[in-house]
Ligand binder design. Structure first.
Ligand code: PMP
Length: 417
């Protein structure tokens, strides 16, 4: 194996607590290494204070720590500047923030937003809502039988009315890696803004926003060893500077000046704060930003290239082992490892996906069943009960897959399938 899994597992307290656990639900969330848990605790024990508002030492130190966290994230994705990094709660909040900002600032009636049928609800519903509010419309690109985006259809759909193209980098169901560079070049030809949902790519493959030539990227800390409750919205500085934020409150303004007559506001002058603060209203989640920084450092030590290779090895082995059952198990989307990350969804003929996941859980094997927040994709694929999904990370090895496949074998025999 590319990675030394047994020494990596030592870093994760959860596996000490549950040594028998086969955890194959990493696309939902990942476990946390000790360094991340300790960094959060260290912040609260030694540095806790609200940022930006205090002249005292602790507040200044907390401010410094929080600003540095923006810098670490910026370097990790090769952003142009730390001011382009906005902390949110998760990818969902980042996409909503962005949809509302773009909607309020740029969308006109008749404009179009392009997404794909393979989007997670988080990269579909916010755009549908803002389109409704602004009398704009949504155009949907389909995927082919391998789950790969139909780039020809994308070229046909994108036109001078297209204002946004928002596409997932890696499908959370099919594991297919989209050619984001190609998508960006098609979208930029008509001047559309390119948004990439990196929730399933940033934790698993090296990302360089400059090389991809995209305008926005979102991702979640909890899917990359970091804490729950912190996510990222990265955006190009020029666009962020030009946009008004959708959320207002403390810390996102430099000054608020109002004149009142007869209880009415008769004059107001609100000067918004600099980037990134104008998009981060209210008290910041400093502790989880610190946790995310440790998670990023951990991933950098292992190297994202190695993580990608490791997951590809596991995916190749799983596909090979599941092929032993190819009359009974259908893997969704491409089996071409070069175009895939470590997510494999499948259906076992004649068995409700929930029943399979439940039976696996009795053997201490954690997988996910259902629609994986991608109902339109499942219905498009004719899967009205959803699918089962396994997804890998750095602490999985061949023995996890053997335990999983052996348990599938047991289920087939038990149920006489
Ligand atoms: N997009 C994709 C592709 C995802 O897989 C997920 C999480 N399943 C999300 C968005 C939403 O992430 P979060 O729940 O952390 O906001």
């Amino acid at each position: 194996m590319v990675l030394d899994v047994s020494s990596i597992r030592e870093d994760f307290p959860i596996f000490r607590r549950y040594p028998d656990l086969v955890y194959l639900d990493n696309a939902a969330t990942t476990h946390k290494p000790r360094v991340v848990i300790e960094a959060i605790r260290n912040f609260y024990e030694n540095f806790n204070a609200n940022i930006h508002r205090g002249l005292y030492d602790l507040s200044q130190k907390a401010t410094e720590i929080y600003e540095d966290a923006h810098e670490v994230v910026a370097k990790f994705i090769n952003a142009y500047s730390w001011e382009e990094v906005i902390f949110t709660r998760n990818s969902t909040e980042s996409l909503n923030l962005l949809a509302y900002s773009i909607g309020l600032n740029y969308l006109q009636p008749g404009d179009e937003i392009v997404i794909s049928i393979a989007e997670h609800h988080s990269n579909m519903l916010p755009w549908m809502r803002i389109a409704e509010l602004r009398n704009a419309s949504i155009r949907i690109v389909r995927v082919d039988e391998n789950g790969e985006m139909d780039y020809r259809e994308l070229e046909n759909i994108v036109n001078e009315k297209t204002k946004v193209v928002s596409i997932t980098h890696v499908s959370n169901v099919l594991g297919v890696i989209n050619d984001v560079k190609k998508i960006a070049s098609i979208a930029h030809r008509v001047g559309a803004i390119v948004v990439v949902d990196g929730a399933q790519s940033v934790p698993h493959i090296p990302i360089d926003v400059k090389a991809l030539d995209i305008d926005f990227l979102v991702f979640s800390g909890h899917k990359m060893l970091g804490p729950m409750g912190i996510g990222v919205l990265w955006g190009r500085k020029d666009i962020l500077m030009d946009m008004d934020p959708p959320f207002y409150g403390g810390d996102m303004v430099k000054s608020v000046d109002i004149a009142i007559r007869d209880s009415n506001i008769v004059k107001k002058n609100i000067v918004l704060n600099d980037l990134p603060w104008k998009f981060e209203p209210g008290t910041a989640n400093v502790a989880d930003a610190v946790g995310l920084v440790e998670a990023i450092r951990y991933l950098i030590r292992i190297d994202l290239n190695n993580i990608d290779l490791h997951e590809k090895e596991l995916a190749r082995y799983t596909i090979k082992r599941l092929e032993e059952y190819n009359e009974k198990i259908t893997i969704l989307g491409s089996k071409d490892i070069a175009k895939k990350s470590g997510i494999i969804s499948f259906v076992l003929q004649g068995l409700d996906p929930q029943v399979l996941a439940y039976m696996l859980s009795t053997k201490n094997i954690a997988i996910r069943a259902g629609f994986h927040c991608a109902q339109p994709l499942h219905r498009y694929l004719g899967l009205n009960k959803g699918s089962d999904r396994i997804s890998f990370y750095i602490y999985n090895d061949y023995s996890d897959i053997d335990r999983f496949v052996d348990a599938i074998d047991w289920i087939l025999k038990e149920l006489g399938i």
